[in-house]
Write a protein that binds this ligand. Structure first.
Ligand code: SF4
Length: 758
């Protein structure tokens, strides 16, 4: 394949931009050239600087190429796959039989572009009776999910391509992306005099530099600022009254509560001049359309769920939903925020975790309570855990306690490509191909009015000794006795004939059979997978998703050009997916389609959420700041920068700049501490104390410091010695510092102390 361009995608953020790559180097196992794929329907040739370094992932250190079992002395030994599957199945079923399947906890199942494993793992979870699971969304997005659920029973996104006003809250798309062709889109908004960009961020980010209005809040005071913005909308009558009357239930209590907000006082608390707050509110209130994106800056901060609610009130009170340039509900192939329809409306009851009683939102246990669900003598504590394509020992709060919790489990099974910080604590490690050695896909398909999907083809053969996740889950289900060869015989026979013959057999014998239906994903892989084009067997589950999609969104599918009687339309879509390595448009919507996707009983928004209106009232008596003289600084732990990514890039050599990951601080603070670029300071939180180099940055305001994400991994140096590069942010964070409602962590508001190091 050397010299030819192959199609794939970047896996370093949720945008999954399409790429074209050339392969070569030793054994043809390296990326030699990488460029944006102009044929990719969403990114259209766009790519930022990061994917050019993807070879550091594909050929990263610490690769595992045989199943491993922990020995009594704590070291690992290689074992064959049959033994590994048999022993893992036996250990998990022993936990299930003695303590109940609900004590087996599942974490992970994806990353930024590795989502097929999550679909297959559902079968294994059912086979062991597991009821609780989580992933990174539960330390970021679940507060927003919950608010969306209560407001309308569905998740929304903003239409930044067409909006008049773009509002970014705790979001720096220049670095964290999140919208297709982010930098092109930002520049287009900034250049257009009829449009405006408003940024709420304590830092003067690259996006804030482009903005028309930057509301530079004091760190952790977003809720006061958002309340003041909402209050100005009410006070100055900038709300869409007739729209509210038509589309929103119970908005009066919201208007009444916002009407009581002391605007001047809240502006002062947030550190933003009232004149600027009023200017921003007027720009929002008078715009034809407003699109909003809130992100980790508020979602990993104090009052995160309240801030999500206040954000949504801004666009709701101004009627910015279901029209061009406003908020929309996309047509999803997989609903990652599933279950929101069940919490729509005030009477809904939330499922809770067995030990702490924390809310389970969209089926996800809050990441910050996992340690408390394990480190206890509660009879329903989690006793076994499957961790798949994730690294909670590094990526979740309070690493010391997390390591302690993972070590306290009866059984820890890790499914991953490399010896991660979590894998080191495992009883069994089941190694998998990289994302470029198998067919793979992302379910981050959130666009509108057109939506996109790409089934990526494998680019390299996997090494001997690893198995893809669908193969692992199929083998585990079989070892657990989930189904028999006899059960699958009619499906094998039908698949050998044709997909047309397979459809009625699958729907008739699997989906209608309560014994087999829970294992549908792996049954598809086992029976349909072998009949898909070479290398694409892991895409078998997509066939099932496409049929589900066609039943739920027939008009969206038809508008995307997939028509026909009966099952013809989804079959055509599936064929197009298999034969379009750059991806395809699978859904086309009208702008008002979103209205049909509101899941409340009457099809209207439920604006009043009593718990959050009470929380809004409580802001009056709360002080801002860290409230602790021993820790006067606010540390943002995990800033996205040009050369940071999540921990799948384990070799620090991929970073061109700032290899050690400096602590950014304001010029005022640097002067006060008498330090300058490259000097080292001691950074102390209530959990840990570390030394770190300083970068003096005009981005930061006094009292606010920031560490990048993705650092602090160890790796072998040239002499084979293990060295750690940079600070692992979660050594400094605490699991109890979390949102009272959603349990999301306060990683962007870690009280800290800083001293210069002589
Ligand atoms: S925006 Fe950059 S990091 Fe994100 S998927 Fe695209 S190329 Fe990769």
């Amino acid at each position: 394949m050397s010299g030819s361009w192959e199609k794939t995608a970047c896996i370093l953020c949720e945008c999954n931009c399409g790429l074209e790559v050339q392969l070569g180097g030793e054994g043809g196992r390296h990326f030699t050239r990488i460029r944006g794929d102009k044929a990719h329907p969403a990114s259209r040739g766009y790519a930022c600087e990061k994917p050019h370094r993807l070879d550091y992932y594909q050929n990263g250190p610490d690769r595992i190429t045989s199943p491993l079992r922990r020995k009594p002395d704590g070291t690992f030994e290689e074992i064959d796959w049959n033994s590994a599957i048999r022993e893992v199945a036996r250990r998990l079923s022993a936990v299930r039989d003695e303590f109940g399947g609900d004590t087996i906890f599942y974490y992970g199942g994806g990353g930024q572009g590795n989502h097929l494993p999550a679909a297959y793992s559902a079968a294994t979870r059912r086979a062991v009776g597991s009821r609780y699971r989580s992933n990174a969304l539960a330390q970021e997005k679940t507060g927003e999910f919950w608010v969306n659920g209560r407001l309308m029973g569905a998740a929304v996104r903003g239409d930044f391509k067409h909006c008049e006003v773009a509002l970014f809250i705790g979001k720096n798309p220049w670095q964290s992306h999140g919208i297709p062709r982010a930098r092109v889109t930002l520049k287009a908004i900034a250049k257009d005099l009829k449009r405006a960009m408003i940024v709420i961020d304590p830092r003067r980010t690259e996006t804030a530099e482009l903005a028309d209005i930057h509301l530079q809040v004091k760190p952790g005071t977003d809720a006061w600022l958002l309340a003041a913005l909402g209050a100005v909308l009410v006070e100055e009558n900038l709300i869409a009254s007739s729209w509210l009357e038509e589309h929103v239930d119970d908005y009066e209590p919201v208007l009444a509560t916002l009407g009581e907000v002391p605007i001047s006082e809240y502006c002062e608390k947030s550190g933003v001049p009232e004149t600027l707050v009023r200017e921003a509110a007027r720009r929002i209130g008078k715009a034809e359309s407003v699109a909003v994106f809130e992100d980790l800056g508020i979602q990993m901060n104090r009052h995160s769920t309240l801030s999500s609610y206040l954000n949504k009130l801004l666009w709701l009170l101004t009627g910015n939903f279901g029209k061009k340039g406003a908020q929309y509900v996309p047509a999803l192939l997989v609903n990652l925020a599933g279950g929101l329809d069940k919490i729509a409306g005030p009477a809904a009851k939330d499922k809770v975790t067995p030990v702490v009683g924390a809310r389970v939102i969209s089926g996800l246990v809050p990441c910050n309570v996992i340690v408390d669900e394990i480190l206890t003598d509660h009879p329903k504590r989690y006793r076994a855990m499957i961790v798949e394509t994730a690294n909670p020992a590094h990526s979740l709060a309070d690493s010391t306690r997390m390591r302690e919790a993972l070590s306290a489990l009866d059984t820890l099974v890790v499914i991953d490509i490399a010896m991660t910080e979590t894998a080191r604590l495992a009883d069994y490690i089941l190694p998998t191909p990289t994302q470029y050695e198998k067919a793979e896909a992302t379910f981050f398909n959130f666009e509108f009015p057109e939506n996109y999907f790409q089934l990526r083809h494998p680019l390299f053969d996997p090494p001997d000794g690893v198995l893809s996740e669908p193969e692992i889950h199929a083998r585990l289900c079989e070892a657990l006795g989930a189904y028999t060869e006899e059960d699958l015989a009619p499906l094998h026979a039908a698949a050998a004939q044709s997909r047309e013959a397979y459809i009625p057999v699958f729907f008739g014998t699997v989906l209608t059979n309560p014994k087999l239906a829970p294992y549908a994903p792996v049954i598809l892989y086992r029976t349909l997978g072998p009949h898909l084009p070479p290398g694409l067997a892991p895409g078998a589950v997509v066939w099932g998703l496409v049929h589900q999609f066609a039943a739920a969104y027939p008009d969206s599918l038809r508008r995307a050009g997939f028509e026909g009687k009966g099952f013809e339309a989804p079959e055509r879509l599936f064929d197009a997916i298999l034969t379009s390595p750059s991806g395809i448009v699978y859904s086309v919507d009208e702008f008002d389609e979103s209205w049909k996707r509101i899941k409340t009983a009457g099809g209207k928004f439920h604006a009043a959420i009593p718990e959050l209106l009470d929380a809004l009232g409580s802001l009056r008596t709360e002080e801002v700041g860290t409230g602790d003289r021993a820790f006067p600084f606010v540390l943002s732990a995990g800033e996205r920068r040009s050369f940071t990514a999540n921990t799948i890039l384990r070799n620090p050599a991929w970073r061109k700049k700032d290899v050690q990951g400096s602590l950014r601080m304001s010029p005022d603070d640097a002067a006060q501490l008498r330090v300058t670029d490259g000097d080292r300071v001691r950074l102390t939180t209530k959990r840990a104390s570390v030394e770190v180099p300083v970068e003096v940055s005009e981005m930061m305001q006094p009292g606010h410091v920031s560490l990048p994400n993705g650092l602090g991994l160890d790796h072998p140096n040239d002499g084979g010695e293990r060295v750690q590069t940079g600070i692992a942010p979660n050594e400094l964070t605490a699991s109890e510092d979390r949102d009272w409602l959603a349990g999301t962590p306060w990683h962007k508001h870690v009280p800290a102390r800083i001293e210069a190091v002589q």
